[in-house]
Each structure stands twice: as structure tokens, then as C-alpha cells.
Ligand binder design. Structure first.
Ligand SMILES: [Fe+2]
Length: 297
């Protein structure tokens, strides 16, 4: 796989995920819940597919209120985390906004071991009241976004295939934890996520949902802001990918304009060529908060 051109290809939660879970198939064949595309890095790895199915099954058996079961990660998968972490560490120091770095310190991840959602939840819940809950794969945008109103972040638990540690064709546990888990350990970012959920709940028309989904993409997923002379990331799609953070320098930066963002189309399969950049964290927070509570969407 050409890592340079194919690197972080993050589909977003607000899109249909490429990993599908078919309920009928799950019933007829419990060993083949997760459908991987033939060009997925793990497609030919039977052990990986088996583990993906096991992890999807954990999510399917999960009931809200239960303790989240630990995913059976292998030593090889913990090694993937270690490799990613080694790339992310310097990228965060250079490109992450101060609010994110403060949250990251609060969660204090072990660089050698993939944290379990159960462990992350304990800390995140104490800070913002948010909790991560496992889902097997496909999440409809409305379901995903409306859950945010209740302080629930639906997330995947599997990790990308070990052959491509710096590339993933779909959001994995690294994106969920290093991106969303950390930002939900910021009270203000958690509040904005909750407000997105409430705004989506007020929508009826598909068009209104689509506009809010795009605003979510250009802020929570791919938002940038200024800290003094520097441009920093607060978006989870940037913060969970060393490649995306590196490419930020080449993106066209536009002043934060949520009306414009709500109409801006994007391609989740490539590095983002356009980013909306706030003047500061405070300006982003105030602008987005106002947009979400004022009945937009
Ligand atoms: Fe995401």
C-alpha cells in the first residue's frame, strides 16, 4: 500500500462507515459480522477478521448501563498503538491546541498499551459526564449525533490492521480515543458535542441534518484555530493522525464561518484541502456555541 498517498483515510462518524454490520447476516453467521472491503489492509488476514468479528459481537451484546467489556487485543495490536503513539507524540507537541494538550495530560495514556474504553470512560465521565459506548460498525449520522445530546459517544473498539500502523480506511479505536476521548475530557469541547446532539434533535428535514453534519465535520472533526502566530488543531480527525497534522500546513485556511461550513462539501477519503480556522479557542467556542443554541440547523 502506498502510505504516502493513501495515508489517513478517515471516514467520519457523520458518514456511513465502510464497515457494515448486517443484522440478518449476524444472525445467520455469527462469525462473519464485519464486512471488510477487498482492498482493506486486513482483508486477507483471517485472524484479524476473526478478532474484528469478536469485537463487533461484544458491541452487539452490549446494553447501555453495562460495564464495557474489554477488547481482546493482541501483543501485535498493542505494538500498533506504540508505533502510532511514537508518531503522534511530536506531532501533538507541534500542532495540537493547548486545550487538547491539557486534556491529554489528564488522561495519561500508557504509550505501550491500547487503553480499554472502560478505563477511558472512568476519567472522561468524571470530567465532563460523557461516556463512550461501543458500536459494532455502521452508525447512521442521526443516531450518532443525537446520542451526543445524552452525553453518549458511540465508538468502535477495534484497532487498524498491523500492516499499516499509520493508515486506516475507517475510524478505529485510536481515532475514537486519541481524538474524541481526549476532547471529551475538555469540559468546553464536551459541551459543544452535547449541543450538537441537541441541535440535531431539533431538526426534522434531511437538509438541516446534513448542514449540521458538515459543521460537525469542519469543527469537531477537522477544526483549526490560532494560538498567537501558530495554527493549531482542535479537530479529532487531525489530532488522531500524524499525517493529517503534517498536511495541515498545506491546507487552505478559511476564517471560521459556520454558514459557509454548513454548505461546504468534503471528501473523507483524502487529506482535507480546506480547513476553517478560528481566531482563538475562545472565538471558536463562542461562535460554535451561539450557532448551536440559536436554532441553526
Ligand atoms: Fe470522528
Amino acid at each position: 500500500m502506498d502510505v504516502k498517498t493513501k495515508q489517513p483515510l478517515l471516514s467520519d462518524h457523520v458518514d456511513m462507515r465502510p464497515v457494515a454490520v448486517d443484522a440478518d447476516e449476524a444472525i445467520s453467521d455469527r462469525n462473519a459480522i464485519v464486512q471488510l472491503d477487498p482492498d482493506h489492509p486486513g482483508f486477507r488476514d483471517r485472524e484479524y477478521r476473526k478478532r474484528r468479528n469478536q469485537i463487533a459481537q461484544l458491541a452487539m451484546n452490549f446494553q447501555p448501563g453495562d460495564q464495557i467489556p474489554d477488547a481482546p487485543y493482541t501483543a501485535e495490536e498493542h505494538h500498533v498503538w506504540r508505533t502510532i503513539w511514537a508518531a503522534l507524540g511530536p506531532a501533538h507537541q507541534q500542532h495540537a491546541c493547548a486545550e487538547y494538550l491539557a486534556s491529554l495530560r489528564r488522561l495519561s495514556f500508557d504509550p505501550d498499551r491500547i487503553p480499554q474504553l472502560r478505563e477511558v470512560n472512568k476519567k472522561v465521565q468524571a470530567i465532563s459526564g460523557f461516556r463512550l459506548e461501543p458500536v459494532a460498525g455502521l452508525v447512521q449520522p442521526r443516531v450518532f449525533l443525537e446520542n451526543l445530546a445524552n452525553g453518549v459517544f458511540l465508538c468502535t473498539q477495534y484497532i487498524r490492521h498491523h500492516s499499516t500502523p499509520l493508515y486506516t480506511p475507517e475510524p478505529d479505536v485510536v481515532h475514537e480515543i486519541v481524538g474524541h476521548g481526549v476532547t471529551l475530557a475538555s469540559e468546553r469541547l464536551a459541551e459543544l458535542n452535547r449541543l450538537f446532539g441537541e441541535a440535531v434533535k431539533r431538526t426534522r428535514a434531511q437538509d438541516a441534518l446534513d448542514r449540521l453534519s458538515r459543521v460537525y465535520w469542519f469543527t469537531i472533526e477537522f477544526g483549526a484555530l490560532r494560538e498567537g502566530e501558530s495554527v493549531k488543531a482542535y479537530g479529532t480527525g487531525l489530532l488522531s493522525s500524524a499525517g493529517e497534522m503534517k498536511e495541515m500546513g498545506d491546507a487552505e485556511l478559511r476564517a471560521l464561518d459556520l454558514e459557509a461550513a454548513s454548505r461546504q462539501h468534503y471528501d473523507p477519503t483524502h487529506f482535507q484541502p480546506v480547513l476553517f480556522c478560528a481566531d482563538s479557542f475562545e472565538q471558536m467556542y463562542e461562535t460554535l456555541r451561539e450557532y448551536l443554541v440559536s436554532g441553526n440547523g
